[in-house]
Design a protein. Structure first.
Length: 142
């Protein structure tokens, strides 16, 4: 009786461990791919860092605070990565438009474009909580 129970326990434990290792490997592989050189010898990560560095002087404290508040629903373990990706997209838009400063409109537009579609529902809810007119940004959600 105990032998049969122990066998099933070891099999279940093995499957459990293989599953967790596969999930961890998937996320580590994604990080690895993000750092591979792609565009002009630079990786996606290096391009994001360049955009943030080139537009660092355009950020006012109120926009930094707004970005922090919009990123707050993201789980803390992923928040730094999300913040960097979103700030990189906002910087890319600011450089493309030659913006003199990061405005709320530019920040929200960049945030929408940088986030995956599955998170747009949460973003709309957060924007409504902050009393922003979501209808003005509907074109960017699609």
């Amino acid at each position: 009786m105990i032998q049969g129970w122990m066998t099933w326990f070891v099999i279940a434990w093995g499957l459990f461990m293989v599953g967790f290792m596969a999930i961890g490997g998937f996320f580590m592989f994604r990080k690895f791919l993000k750092r591979l050189p792609k565009h002009g010898g630079k990786s996606d990560y290096e391009i994001e860092v360049d955009h943030v560095d080139q537009t660092r002087h355009l950020w006012m404290q109120s926009e930094k605070d707004l970005l922090e508040e919009l990123v707050s629903p993201v789980p803390e373990i992923f928040r730094d990565v999300a913040r960097m990706k979103i700030a990189g997209k906002i910087g890319e838009l600011a450089l493309a438009e030659k913006a003199p400063a990061i405005s709320e409109e530019l920040l929200i537009r960049g945030y929408i474009l940088a986030t995956p579609k599955r998170d747009h529902r949460f973003l709309k809810k957060k924007l409504q909580e902050k009393n922003f007119d979501v209808n003005a940004y509907l074109q960017f959600f699609s």
